[in-house]
Design a protein around this ligand. Structure first.
Ligand SMILES: Nc1ncnc2c1ncn2[C@@H]1O[C@H](COP(=O)(O)OP(=O)(O)OP(=O)(O)O)[C@@H](O)[C@H]1O
Length: 433
C-alpha cells in the first residue's frame, strides 16, 4: 500500500507465526517466553488451566518473561501466537496428586468447620525451583474455585506476592489469580479495577532469611500473629485456613532447620508438604510427623513429586523478573496503568533507618525505601516490627540542596513516617529520568 501524496510504501506488517496444539486429557503444554517478546495463548475448545486457574474460552492471554504450563484435565485445543524460547507437550505430570492434596485439604476444612476450629495451616517446603510457588498457586486456585477464601502467605523475599521482593506478605484470596501476572506485585492486580486483594506487608529487605535471622524471625512472628488473628476473627478465612510459601534456601539448610521450626510454631502449621527432596522429607517426617501444634492439632508431613516442568531460573532471569515486579508496583501492568507521582522532599522531612538511623545521602539514589506504619522517632525494634504502608523509589538525591526526589505509586504528600532502606531488592535501576 502506498501513502497518499508521498509515494512511500508502509513497512510490511511483521509476520507472527501462529500454531494450534491439541492436548490430550491430563497433559500440559509447557512454555517459556523471553522478557520483551509477547506470546499470545487462546483456548479454542475444551477446558484448560494455568497453575490451577481456568482459562476463559477464546480470550487472548499474553505472556512476557513467563515460564508456565497450560494443563488440561479433559483435553483442549489452544492457539499460540508468537515465538516461545521453549515449548513442548508433557504427558507426565503430578497434577493428579496435586488435586488429591486439594481434596485432602478440603476434608480437613470440612472437619474443622464441624468442630468449630481453624482449617488447615499448610506450609510448602522444598529446594529452590522445586515448584513450591506453583503448587501454592494451584492449591489456592482450587480452594477459591471451591468457594473458599484461604489466606496465602509469602515468606520468600526473593520474590514478592502482591508486593515487591524483599517483603513478607499475606492476603486472603477470594477471587481468581491473574493467569498472565501470577500473584502480581501490585495490590490492584487482577481482572477487576477494584483492589480486591489487599495484602498485609512486612519488610525484611534481604534475599535470604539466614543472612539475618535476628530480623527475619521477629518479622515473621509479627506476620504470623496477624494471620492467626485473622483466622480466628474472619469466619471464611477460618474455614479455609492458610497456605504458606517458603524460601528454598531454608530447606537446603545445613541440618538445623531453625527457620522451618520457627515458621511451624508461629503459624501452628499442621500440614507440611515437601517437594523434590527425599532427604528433606525424611528429616521433616522425623522432626514433625505426629507432633502436636500449639493449637493441639497433629502435624502431618506429606511428600509430593516435583513437576518435570519446573525450570531452574538463572540470576539474569531472576534479576529481570525482580525489576519487572518493581516496575509493575509503580506503573501497573498491561491491564491497569497506575499514575505514579514524583515529589521533592527536604532531607529534614524524612527519617531513614538502615540498621540504625541514617542521614540521607547520594548512596540512596535509585534505591527503594519502605514507608513504615511507625513514627519517625520510634525505637528501631518497633520500626522493624511495623507493617509497610508502601514503597517509594529514590529518583534523585541533591546533597547540596539537601533534597530527595521520590517516586510513589500514588500522589499526595509523603507522610512523616519512618522509612527503611535495605539492600534487597537491589537498587541501581533507573525507573524515571
Ligand atoms: N509444570 C510447569 N511447566 C512449566 N514451568 C513450570 C511448571 N511448574 C513450575 N514451572 C516454572 O518453574 C519455575 C520454578 O517454579 P516455582 O517458582 O514454583 O519454584 P519454587 O520452588 O517456588 O522456587 P524458589 O524457591 O526459587 O522460589 C517457575 O518459573 C515456574 O513458573
Amino acid at each position: 500500500m502506498s501513502l497518499p501524496g508521498l509515494q512511500l510504501s508502509a513497512p510490511p506488517e511483521p509476520v507472527v507465526a501462529s500454531a494450534i496444539h491439541e492436548l490430550n486429557q491430563n497433559t500440559e503444554w509447557r512454555f517459556e517466553t523471553a522478557f520483551g517478546s509477547h506470546v499470545e495463548v487462546k483456548l479454542l475448545s475444551g477446558t484448560a488451566e494455568i497453575f490451577g486457574t481456568e482459562l476463559a474460552i477464546k480470550q487472548p492471554y499474553t505472556f512476557n518473561g513467563t515460564k508456565a504450563a497450560v494443563y488440561t484435565w479433559h483435553g483442549c485445543r489452544i492457539e499460540v501466537t508468537g515465538e516461545c524460547l521453549v515449548e513442548y507437550i508433557a504427558e507426565e505430570n503430578p497434577m493428579i496428586s496435586y488435586a488429591n492434596t486439594h481434596f485432602a485439604l478440603e476434608q480437613l476444612r470440612g472437619k474443622a468447620i464441624l468442630e468449630g476450629r481453624e482449617g488447615p495451616r499448610v506450609m510448602v517446603l522444598g529446594p529452590e525451583n522445586a515448584g513450591k510457588t506453583s503448587l501454592v498457586k494451584i492449591l489456592t486456585a482450587y480452594a477459591t474455585r471451591t468457594g473458599r477464601q484461604p489466606v496465602v502467605v509469602n515468606l520468600d523475599t526473593k520474590e514478592g506476592m502482591l508486593s515487591i521482593p524483599g517483603s513478607l506478605s499475606a492476603s486472603a484470596f477470594s477471587s481468581i489469580i491473574d493467569v498472565e501476572e501470577g500473584w502480581g506485585s501490585s495490590p490492584t492486580n487482577g481482572p477487576s479495577q477494584v483492589p480486591v486483594k489487599l495484602p498485609l506487608v512486612y519488610y525484611y529487605g534481604l534475599a535470604n532469611p539466614e543472612e539475618n535471622t535476628k530480623i527475619y524471625k521477629p518479622v515473621t512472628t509479627r506476620l504470623a500473629l496477624s494471620v492467626m488473628s485473622r483466622l480466628q476473627e474472619d469466619q471464611e478465612a477460618k474455614e479455609a485456613g492458610c497456605i504458606v510459601d517458603t524460601p528454598g534456601v531454608i530447606s537446603q539448610g545445613k541440618g538445623n532447620y531453625e527457620v522451618i521450626q520457627h515458621i511451624v510454631s508461629e503459624f501452628a502449621i499442621n500440614v507440611i508438604i515437601i517437594l523434590g527432596s527425599e532427604r528433606l522429607s525424611s528429616d521433616m517426617v522425623r522432626k514433625f510427623n505426629g507432633q502436636k501444634t500449639s493449637t493441639d492439632d497433629t502435624i502431618t508431613v506429606l511428600k509430593l513429586d516435583k513437576s518435570g516442568g519446573c525450570v531452574d531460573r538463572d540470576e539474569s532471569y531472576l534479576k529481570q523478573y525482580r525489576q519487572a515486579q518493581i516496575r509493575e508496583y509503580f506503573f501497573g501492568d498491561s491491564k491497569i496503568t497506575l499514575s505514579p507521582h514524583t515529589q521533592q522532599v527536604d532531607f529534614n522531612q524524612v527519617t531513614i533507618y538502615k540498621l540504625a538511623e541514617l542521614p540521607p545521602s547520594s548512596a540512596l539514589q535509585h534505591s527503594i525505601l519502605a514507608l513504615m506504619h511507625a513514627d519517625a522517632n520510634d525505637t528501631p525494634e518497633n520500626i522493624r516490627d511495623a507493617s509497610v504502608i508502601g514503597f517509594v523509589y529514590v529518583a534523585e538525591v541533591d546533597e547540596k540542596k539537601k533534597k530527595l526526589r521520590v517516586l510513589a505509586p500514588l500522589s499526595g504528600r509523603l507522610p512523616n513516617r519512618a522509612m527503611v532502606w535495605a539492600t534487597w531488592p537491589e537498587g541501581g535501576t533507573e525507573l524515571v529520568g
